[in-house]
Design a protein around this ligand. Structure first.
Ligand code: NAP
Ligand code: MG
Length: 482
């Protein structure tokens, strides 16, 4: 049992204002495994005040980018020192299988921090130009101010790093609000922050529920909100930020398509990657390629291969080394995904593998890894984000039709193309209206390149040098001639 009784504000562990608590429940055993304070709006006020003070009076925004890069590196190292503990904690909190957790949940986060430590010193913070009338003009990228990071439960540490890396590089203090399902790894992150010897208030971690989260978003001391989560909540937070003219980045849901071209060669590695692109983290990934588009010509052969490989996957305790598919984050999520399985069958789809709850597991919020066939793109299972281990195979005729089906979605986050001709794959990829498209790869993002959504998948980008821009304001300084 991990019990925490304080909140991390202004570089210190302090008592919370109220007495409310959040129980964290194991996704596998359904037993309570941790308890943390449920922070109140008054706690958020203190956290924002600490971040404000760090921005208005502290050393952090006044350091050189190279000095801040050293701080980012110290944080990365402090997280690495706890990697195993954090990975196992996240597996218990959200069901992430151990064989994915260490890399997907923890080292991916430290690699993002390392990326920003490397980018910060050489980023284009200033550009000296000649103005229209011949006088010198300096174009600066000034830090945007105090940031709020609202974190979902599915890849909590990684998504925290997507916000911490660029915010730290730019000199912006931040208040992070982990989701109530996954506060424990947020506490381990705060332990790492405490060890990394950063100036007080640069990173504050305050786990809380919805009302306190919205209090943070609306807080007048916050200059920029970076939200990752569902499209429904993203619209709401975007509306608040619009009203208040706060800078805002929204990383939201997806319904991505894997386009299998006729020349794709099915071998074990490539098939494994295709399945990974849909089922990584039990399908609880915004960029999951949950629609697999296959031509009528290759359909049966691809379905047979997918079904055999998915049938061979082990569903079970996320802490066992050989588990491929763990439980979902919560009972409500299991029920929601069960609802999608029922909706698929009612609409005429059929499961060639899976389709229900595994019988061999007595506790835990499991759903069998499932492959649906006879799916059309107008069905609920093809339109809405399921966020569970469910793949839908959709038949197409021509490549043009495949692209049209991929693009026939409210979302536009990720996608992939599977082919033996990578160059042709890249041509198809460029026709897909999403933020990231991979060719023959299960990668849904690259640390050195922008990540984010078209359409209802969000506004703005994280990662790469482009990820720093949203934590800055352009400032033009017009200098006298001569
Ligand atoms: P969610 O319900 O949207 O919640 C995300 C976070 O926002 C949680 O911390 C949540 O806290 C908080 N929140 C909810 N309402 C709020 C409000 N009015 N004001 C301030 N904060 C608020 O999403 P989730 O269920 O945790 O995560 C799954 C979703 O995230 C999926 O749709 C997935 O696609 C998306 N996602 C997107 C990306 C991406 O980069 N595009 C990455 C990961 C996940 P409470 O739970 O207390 O409400
Ligand atoms: Mg939630």
């Amino acid at each position: 049992m991990q019990v925490r009784e304080q909140v991390f504000i202004g570089g210190e562990w302090v008592a919370p204002d109220g007495t409310g608590t959040i129980d964290v429940v194991s996704t596998h055993s359904e037993e309570v495994i941790g308890r943390v304070p449920d922070a109140s709006p008054a706690d958020m006020d203190r956290a924002v005040a600490a971040a404000r003070d760090a921005f208005d009076h502290g050393p952090w925004p006044r350091m050189t980018p190279a000095e801040r890069a050293e701080g980012i590196t110290r944080l990365s190292q402090a997280i690495q020192a706890r990697a195993g503990e954090i990975a196992d904690t996240i597996s218990l909190e959200n069901g992430s299988p151990k064989q994915w957790s260490l890399m997907g949940q923890v080292f991916s986060a430290t690699m993002v921090l390392d990326t920003y430590a490397a980018l910060a010193p050489g980023y284009g913070w200033e550009d000296d130009r000649t103005g229209a009338l011949g006088s010198p003009v300096k174009v600066r990228r000034a830090p945007v101010g105090v940031a709020a990071g609202i974190i979902p439960w599915n890849v909590p540490l990684f998504i925290a790093a997507l916000k911490l890396g660029p915010a730290m590089a730019a000199g912006c203090p931040i208040v992070l609000k982990p989701a109530p399902e996954t506060p424990l790894d947020g506490y381990l992150l705060a332990d790492a922050v405490a060890e990394a010897d950063l100036p007080p208030g640069v990173i504050n971690v305050v786990a809380a529920g919805r009302e306190t989260g919205e209090h943070l978003v609306r807080h007048p001391g916050i200059d920029k909100v970076s939200f990752t989560g569902s499209t429904a909540v993203g619209r709401h937070i975007g509306a608040i930020c619009g009203e208040q003219l706060k800078r805002c980045t929204l990383e939201l849901g997806g319904k991505s398509a894997a386009i299998v071209l006729d020349d794709w060669v099915i071998d074990e590695a490539s098939l494994g990657n295709l399945i990974m692109s849909g089922l990584m983290n039990n399908g609880q990934v915004c960029g999951a390629q949950s629609r697999i588009l296959v031509s009528a010509k290759r359909h049966d052969e691809v379905v047979d291969a997918l079904a055999a490989a998915v049938r061979a996957m082990k569903t079970g305790d996320p802490l066992e080394d050989d588990t491929h598919v763990g439980p979902l984050v919560a009972q409500r999520q299991q029920e929601r995904v069960k609802g999608f399985l029922d909706a698929g069958v009612s609409a005429g789809a059929s499961a060639v593998v899976g389709g229900g709850l595994p019988e061999h597991l007595e506790t835990g919020w499991y759903i069998e890894p499932t492959v649906f066939v006879n799916v059309t793109n107008d069905m609920k299972i093809a339109r809405e984000e399921i966020f569970g281990p469910v793949l839908s195979v959709i038949k197409y005729g021509t490549e043009e039709e495949a692209v049209a089906i991929a693009n026939d979605s409210d979302y536009g986050l990720c996608g992939s193309v599977w082919t033996s001709d990578a160059q042709h794959g890249a041509t198809i990829a460029a026709q897909v209206r999403t933020g990231v498209v991979a060719v023959n790869s299960s990668m849904i993002l690259d640390f050195n390149a922008p990540f984010g959504g078209f359409k209802a998948s969000g506004i703005g980008r994280e990662l790469g040098p482009e990820g720093i821009g949203p934590y800055t304001e352009y400032q033009t300084i017009i200098l006298p001639a001569g």
